[in-house]
Design a protein around this ligand. Structure first.
Ligand code: NAD
Length: 297
């Protein structure tokens, strides 16, 4: 049993912390949202009144926060955890942020002899609830091995992509591909629907054909095709359009820095930004299905 401080209890962090409790760990939690704290309490976590209190005396600190600025401020801000943590702590940041910020935080913590790995995840809210996430880690091999002790209760696959920041690079490559698949799947389904096809039947056909992919088979964007996915729940409770837009921005920054050509990633970044500007930023990213809806002539 380990003592874990868990900060950021949103769509992903809430169920991840609950799975750590189920795994037998003692989990101290903090979030800015009261409702998130209450849900974590109901799941058996100990609620703290600040990030510092949640991290006090723990073996592992895990963060699951929205973006770079949140992670930077929780660790390196005026009251940041860097001033609180003993060197025995292993810090695991599971948020999706830029590789640069991951390296900045990792280096600052390393200067205080505190170990850090970036460990962004794939698998969505369903994977967070089921404890089947994929962790994509960056950092020293020994630190990644040590992290397995807690990560195994939240995920099935634990990869080491390379040194600090490498987990974030691998993660944005994955999400850029995911966004392209989601837009393509949405277009194909809308095209079929516009020609009178039943989206359930079309989905089954494509799932058993060469168009098969995760967004079609597991996370179908068309309402009513599948139960227990955001599209059948008013596009609530999944991965926000604004978070996908953020990840695609990170992918574009990385592409600019390296000179890599990412025409499809650039296109989906613009589609997701436009969809957000039209007021859909707080919906699940599969709602892009409605952006590519055919206009009847
Ligand atoms: P979310 O917006 O549901 O949750 C983020 C939580 O962080 C919120 O509860 C918020 O109150 C809390 N928070 C923000 N600032 C804080 C602070 N300073 N101190 C304490 N709590 C703070 O987001 P999410 O969907 O859980 O995603 C979290 C991260 O995981 C993001 O980086 C996202 O890109 C990534 N991610 C999400 C999914 C998904 O399907 N939702 C999948 C993979 C990765």
């Amino acid at each position: 049993m380990a003592n874990v401080g868990f900060i950021g209890l949103g769509n992903m962090g809430g169920p991840m912390a609950a799975n750590l409790v189920k795994g037998g760990h003692q989990v101290n939690v903090f979030d800015l949202a009261e409702a998130a704290l209450q849900a974590a309490k109901d799941a058996g976590c100990r609620v703290a009144s600040s990030a510092n209190e949640a991290a006090h005396g723990v073996d592992f600190v895990i963060t699951m926060l929205p973006a770079d600025k949140h992670v930077e401020s929780v660790y390196l801000g005026d009251n940041g955890l860097i001033h609180e943590l003993p060197s025995s702590t292993l810090v695991i940041d599971c948020s999706t942020i830029s590789a640069e910020t991951a390296r900045k935080v990792g280096q600052a913590l390393a200067a205080e002899n505190i170990s850090f790995i970036d460990a962004p995840v794939s698998g969505g809210v369903g994977g967070a609830k089921a404890g089947t996430l994929t962790f994509i880690c960056g950092g020293e091999t020994a630190a990644v091995e040590r992290a397995r002790y807690v990560l195994q209760h939240m995920g099935k696959n634990i990869f080491r992509a390379g040194d600090t920041g490498a987990g974030q690079v691998a993660k944005i490559c994955n999400n850029m591909l995911l966004s392209v698949l989601m837009v393509g799947t949405s277009e194909a389904l809308q095209l079929g629907i516009a020609h009178g096809l039943d989206p359930k039947v079309l989905s089954e056909i494509m799932s058993k054909s060469s168009g098969s992919n995760w967004t079609l088979d597991v996370y179908n964007p068309c309402p009513g095709v599948m139960d227990n996915v955001p599209s059948s729940n008013g596009y609530q409770g999944g991965f926000l359009v604004d978070l996908m837009s953020k990840d695609l921005g990170l992918a574009q920054q990385a592409a600019l820095a390296s000179g890599a050509a990412t025409p499809m990633g650039g296109l989906t970044h613009n589609l997701y930004r436009s969809w957000s500007q039209l007021g859909h930023g707080r919906e699940d990213f599969s709602s892009i299905f409605n952006f590519v809806k055919a206009n009847k002539k």
